[in-house]
Ligand binder design. Structure first.
Ligand code: GLN
Length: 264
């Protein structure tokens, strides 16, 4: 019967599944970063793509080769200290997997620990895992925090979110940023860069949650993960993103309004 199975269904398996590892969700989940998981689940299941979530907590078994996408959220300095040793033990395998194309999204405190190290607010050195060539230094407890709405220009278009961090992040000479700051502080409030990008891994300071307000970014992560597992022919059908676009525009408008107010 012609048309029973569209050609595309012969290009890749009829039923695909996204296997997601969420690192330390009970500890590294400040400012609702769990919303990124909710957005990814929705954007897969709305397309008939399976979504299998594994929460990886301290001491849990974890082999990056068994996953298509890794997420880690943000956390306060004390929470970063809590998970640092466990994350460091997983560092070589995670770094190798990202070097071989594993997609990842690391937000704020998680982003900082995906660099080489984080010198925290009282000068303690928290080791990172070196996925990104960067390091972060907190200027001390009396320094202003980088707090506010953010608008970025990235290769994936405009990205909006919210930042709240004390640490200042400095990229290595060959480390690509995730984007350039149009509004907000970004990595260190001086060089105009925000986040970092290596292969299919993205690090960013943007909370929000990030992915519900940036549907193109969410879909790019999903596509990178599915194509890595099922082949480059994979496509995803467009969704009705009217609510997501409205949330995006609203966040951009708030950032613009606050940026003008700050200049007045
Ligand atoms: N504790 C880190 C800092 O203050 C990260 C904060 C966060 O994850 N929001 O820079």
């Amino acid at each position: 019967m012609p048309g029973l199975f569209p050609l595309s269904s012969f290009l890749y398996p009829l039923h695909m599944e996204l296997r997601v590892a969420h690192l330390y969700p009970d500890v590294m989940n400040i400012y609702g970063d769990r919303g990124n998981v909710i957005a990814l689940r929705y954007r897969c299941e709305a397309r008939g793509i399976g979504f299998r979530l594994s929460e990886i907590n301290i001491g849990d078994p974890f082999d990056p080769a068994e996953f298509d996408l890794v997420l880690i959220g943000g956390g306060q300095d004390r929470e970063q200290r809590r998970i640092a040793d466990d994350l460091a033990a997983r560092g070589p395998a995670l770094r190798d997997a990202v070097d071989h194309g594993l997609p990842a999204l690391a937000v704020c405190g998680g982003f900082q620990l995906f660099g080489h190290r984080y010198v925290d607010h009282d000068g303690s050195i928290i080791p990172g895992i070196g996925v990104f060539d960067l390091e972060t230094r907190h200027p001390g407890p009396v320094a202003d925090r980088c707090i506010g709405d953010v608008v970025l220009e990235t290769e994936l278009g405009e990205v909006v979110g919210f930042e709240n961090h004390g640490g200042r992040t400095y990229l290595g000479l060959d480390q690509a940023p995730f984007g350039r700051v149009r509004r907000g502080f970004g990595n260190n409030a001086t060089d105009g860069f925000e986040g970092a990008r290596h292969n299919n891994a993205i690090g960013t300071y943007l909370h929000g949650s990030l992915l519900p307000k940036n549907p193109r970014l969410a879909d790019e992560l999903i596509l990178a993960a599915l194509r890595r597992r099922y082949g480059d022919a994979v496509e995803v059908t467009p969704l009705d993103d009217a609510p997501e676009r409205a949330a995006h525009q609203n966040a951009a408008a708030i950032a613009a309004r606050r940026s003008r107010a700050a200049k007045d």
